[in-house]
Design a protein around this ligand. Structure first.
Ligand code: G3P
Length: 218
């Protein structure tokens, strides 16, 4: 499973990219608003693309098809890593089709059902982003939607990549791996939690204590 970092924070992106931990980045307007400040958000997208050797999702903010297509073209022109993110609305799916006809990669976002995911695939989506945590928030089982999309995409030979999103904790990430999501996008805090295990810490401490008894250097 590919791991994307779900942030626009360039220092977090540098840290994870330099460690070779991530395959790409996803952003959304809320994440951009947190960090872009007075700067031009397009400059931030370019900076992110130069740090990460992989897809960088950049979301449109127009809500009509023509506006989304125009913004999508401008975003795609910024850098070859850009994947244009459009919402799963009728206008969004029309924009997806139009952008795909121009060979622009598209991530269809705000997906909450397997039926929506099938329609996004028909519109030619490169990625579909089911929002797991937000479904859990309203008492549904977000991971069940990921499982259903995997089943339907496999059944019909659909190549749209499943990008599990709105991942809130390590268990979500683990389930996404086990269910066969193609990618999951993780907030930095979840990425580093995945790395941690108390038995790793105690095991390392024991090795170091035992080595110390030797009194030798390497
Ligand atoms: O990738 C989508 C993600 O940013 C949404 O996450 O936690 O705001 O539901 P969240």
């Amino acid at each position: 499973m590919e791991i994307f970092l779900d942030t626009a924070d360039i220092s977090e992106i540098r840290r994870a990219a330099q460690a070779g931990l991530i395959d790409g980045i996803t952003t959304n307007p809320s994440l951009m608003a947190k960090v872009a400040g007075d700067g031009d958000p397009r400059d931030l997208f370019v900076e992110i693309c130069e740090v990460v050797d992989g897809p960088v999702s950049a979301e449109v903010v127009a809500t009509d098809t023509d506006g989304m297509v125009a913004e999508g073209r401008r975003l795609a022109d910024l850098h070859r890593h850009i994947v244009v993110k459009v919402p799963l609305t009728e206008d969004g799916l029309r924009a997806c089709r139009a952008l795909r006809e121009e060979q622009i990669a598209v991530n269809v976002t705000l997906c909450f059902s397997v039926a929506q995911a099938l329609l996004a695939a028909k519109a030619g989506a490169s990625y579909i982003s089911p929002f797991v945590g937000r479904l859990d928030d309203i008492g549904h089982d977000g991971m069940e939607v990921v499982a259903e999309i995997r089943e339907v995409y496999d059944e019909y030979g659909i190549e749209t990549r499943i990008l599990a999103a709105s991942i809130r904790h390590p268990r979500h990430a683990r389930e996404a791996m086990l269910l066969g999501a193609d990618c999951a996008t993780l907030p930095p805090s979840v990425l580093y939690k995945l790395m941690q295990h108390p038995l790793t810490d105690t095991g390392l401490q024991r090795f170091l204590d035992d080595w110390k008894t030797l009194g030798k250097e390497l």
